[in-house]
Ligand binder design. Sequence first.
Ligand code: BGC
Length: 668
Amino acid sequence: MKINELTIEQKLRLICGKDCWNTCDFDGKIPSVKTTDASMGIRMPVDPEKWTDGDKPSVAYPSLQMLCNTWDTDMARTYAECVADDCLDAGADVVLGPGVNIKRDPLCGRSFEYLSEDPFLAGVMAREYVKGMQSEGAGACVKHFCCNNAELNRFQQSSDVDERTLREIYYKPFEIALQAKPVSVMSSYNRINGVYGSEYKKGYDVLRNEYGFDGLIMSDWDAVRDRTSAAKAGLDLEMPYSENNYEKLVQDYNDGKITEKEIDVLAERVLDVVERCKQMQKGKKRKHTLAERIAFTQTVEREGIVLLKNNGVLPLEKGQSLSMCGWFARPCAYNRKRPELVCGGGSGKVERLTPMFDMLEIMKREHGSDIAYEPAFSDDGVDGAFMNAGKAVENAAVSDVNIVFAGTGAYKESEGGDRPTMNNGIAQTRTILDTASVNPNTVVVLFAGAPIDMSEWIDKVAAVVYAGFPGENGGDAIADVLTGKVNPCGKLSETFPVRYEDSPAAKSRNDSKVTRYEEGLLVGYRYFDTCGILPQFPFGHGLSYAKFEYADIRSESDGNTLDITFDVKNASKIDGKEISQVYVRALSSYVTRPYKELKGFAKTFVRAGTTERVKVTLDKNAFEYWSTAKDRWDIEDGAYEILVGASAQDIRLKAKVKMIGSRFFIGI
Ligand code: BGC
């Protein structure tokens, strides 16, 4: 149907949604688009008319932050293909994700739904996700535009951010993700410099005029205060349908406050997205069977697990006796509430398809020994209900290796609220400390979607495995890493500060109305680097059972792009994958720059005892910054350092290049 075939009433209805999830179809006259949450699997309500009736089970994938910890663009595409298959199987057309908001604040309740603190990494992973999803025929919706970086008072709060920071940090993942031409973008609840996300014309203009976005801008759910103002700002679709807002819009139209011409632009975009979704689905067969999708959850988790600390206790040796404790190992056996809550909560939560895994059973099978287990603490972990913690200590004292399964889960990490603290509470902390005091070979496995304050116990334990929220078969992946069947290779996509107060966001968390992003560009490692503050675990950190050595950095250029090549040697007896990071540091800038910024990365499989030559190509925009003097991107002439690291704090190689007249020169 063409826009001129619609009546004005139909146009007004079209831009307001039909119900909770669908666009208007005028009793079947045009197809409608069905949206569904979210990016880590599908959350299809049992009763499509209601929000609260529970959700239909669907494949639960490891949380998005775990996908990002893989630093694997192929994996991002496959992950999204699988979610697209689930989406189409469920009869939906558009997946409400991926979430690309920058992880500015470690307490953010939705950290597990977001990709990274770094705009380049978040953008690249989101771009590949969108490509994968749409290649399978489901539409993507990149969200939440913009500066929805915490949940505290999210419906009102205003993020106070300067223009350069918006461009370089908070818009950037959207800019990169939009290269994959997602069918839609979702606006945010919060205000940006005082203006609601659903009325953020200035930002929408950037998406349209500068990033070339011609898809649909839809509201977050119930985020529209005034449909007419939102429409005039360029918000195409309000979701879900709100009778009050619709009636007010009709009234405003009748009063001449908004014209049919203005409505046409928005309604046409809704028609476009309906058409585009139907076209994308044409002739599409599912690429991955359900069994393959479930099996894939183990693959992602294997690559996303981050071995944070290891004094050599891991991998476990055959024949070692084990003790295990912690509710998170056996939520099925000891659930006081619901066993499947080893995940994040809110709209990103997926009702898993298979029963929650049991780490005790898995470890008995994989490690092949009898294992003593005690829950030690309860699922919410803070109520002090030490569930026979004394027995856990007794077990630990007589085992070769003791493993504590701790974490956060959906009670602590969920949309609509932030965590009050980065600390996991007295019950978990005591269990870790008490068992570690009788068994120095204590390993902590963490199920969480965000950084944890480990300062009380990190020096007392032998190893820490960050398992995130692992999805369906994630338990097997954790066992794979513990037993050494798989060599861990994930690296952190966000900094883990020692304590929350070290984070730049801590200073501005004092007002529920305005959040001043006073750190500006210095988000995540940019802050820790530039201000010389040591984190607990830096951005990009992750250990392997192998040992990698870097050598022989070279740079080559035709003037327009810059090839950085270097050797990665696996100086160990075990095959492994290494994620190498390429940072750029401006040495002679006339404007303030963060100490260094990630501009490229590579993940390389290196067989034991061999060396691989790795190549990362940078183009000029890896060197640009947003000039507030010129109101555009600018590249300064001068010297730059290229830093190649195994993490943001573990720089192995350096090279220098010069930019003259916006051309690269090397060998200075
Ligand atoms: C969330 C969105 C989600 C939407 C639909 C909102 O509350 O912020 O991320 O897609 O609900 O459930």
